[in-house]
Every structure is written in C-alpha cells, then in structure tokens.
Design a binder for this molecule. Structure first.
Ligand code: GAR
Length: 197
C-alpha cells in the first residue's frame, strides 16, 4: 500500500479528486496518510478532515527564518516517511534537503503544458492569465517529478485542453481542472501505486 502525504495551499480540488478516486476504487493500493498545508485556513484542510484524514498546518509565518521552516518541514516529512509526496496546488518551494531525502518520490501537478507557462511566478490563476495574454489556443496540465528546480523535473503525464473564444482566466482554470488535472493526478498516483511508472 502506497502511503501518500498530500501538500496543499488552497481550495484543494485536486486533493478532493485524489480522495474521491481512492474512495471509488479508481486509485488502488494507495492511501493518504496526512495532508499538510502552509495555510491554516485552506479549504483543503477541511476536505481532508471531512474524510478522516489528518490535516496538519506548517506555515513559514510561524518560523523566524525560511531555513527554520525548511528544517521543520523536512524533519516532519522524514518522520512520517511517506512512499510518495504529492504537491496538489502547493505554493511553497520544496526544501533541497527534502528533495534529497525523497528522490523520485515527490510529484507535482502544474496547470499548463510544461515547458510553457511554468517556473517562478507561474502558479494558480496567473498561469491561465499568462496563457490567455499570449493567445495560445491549446493549454493543459502536467504531472511531473520534483527536482531542485521550479517545474523542471521529469514529466510523467500531460493532457491538452483547448482554449475557447471568450475564456476568462477563471473559466479556463476550471476547464483545465475538469478536463485535465482531476484526471491526470489520480491516474499518475494509480500508475505509481501499481508499479506502472
Ligand atoms: C491547481 O490548478 C494546480 O495545478 C495549481 O494550483 C491549483 C490548485 O487548485 N498549481 C500550481 O500552479 C503549481 N505551480 P486546488 O487547490 O483546487 O487543487
């Protein structure tokens, strides 16, 4: 059984997609052992607790320095010893020590077709604002392994989504979630849990 820690910052719809897929038996051999959020008010923490999953808040704001936060975050994760760490809308950079402690065991969902619209400053709605500003006709989502960079690790899966005339960032974000993210991320977890990746 693959033991997963999911890291979140906000709404947690990707977390919900993972929970629902596990409960529906679409993702097998996997269980979420805990959800970690950097934001105590994240709706994602309620979603976790509603399903009997431990929800933990670890915020950089509660530490004097970023190094102190990074150390506490890494120590907590090492003590939990998950088989897989899933970044599902987690907007904090993963400490180098954590990447080193979990080689090939951290995956991230990003709301664009990497290498487009990714890297520093590209997160959440901003990704879709920039895609619309550039006038692309196709966007999508990517699941990838996390390395020391920002959205630079090996790609696991991608799914394309068409931009439609009149799209706002919010409308496009929702379509990318519905047509790509909520499908791709549970699928990648199922593939990892069942040895297909
Ligand atoms: C998702 O669209 C996810 O791909 C994105 O944040 C959103 C979180 O939504 N992640 C990034 O932009 C990472 N660079 P959610 O909290 O409802 O899952």
């Amino acid at each position: 059984m693959l033991k997963i820690v999911v890291c979140v910052s906000g709404g947690g719809t990707n977390l919900q997609a993972i929970i629902d897929s596990i409960e529906a038996g679409k993702v097998t051999n996997a269980e979420i052992m805990a959800v970690i959020s950097n934001n105590a008010d994240a709706k994602a923490l309620d979603r976790a607790r509603n399903h009997g999953i431990e929800g933990i808040c670890l915020s950089p704001k509660d530490y004097e320095t970023r190094d102190a936060f990074n150390e506490a975050f890494t120590t907590t994760m090492v003590a939990m010893n998950p088989d897989l760490i899933v970044l599902a809308g987690f907007l904090v950079k993963i400490p180098e020590a954590m990447v080193a402690a979990f080689p090939g065991k951290i995956i991230n969902i990003h709301p664009s077709l990497i290498p487009s619209f990714c890297g520093v400053g590209y997160y959440g709605l901003k990704v879709h604002e920039k895609a619309l500003a550039r006038g692309v006709k196709v966007t999508g989502a990517t699941v990838h392994y996390v390395d020391g960079g920002m959205d630079t690790g090996p790609i696991i899966a991608q799914k394309a989504v068409y931009v439609q005339p009149g799209d706002t960032p919010e409308v496009l974000q929702r379509r990318v979630m519905e047509e790509a993210e909520w499908i791709l991320l549970p699928q990648a977890i199922d593939d990892i849990a069942n040895g297909r990746i």
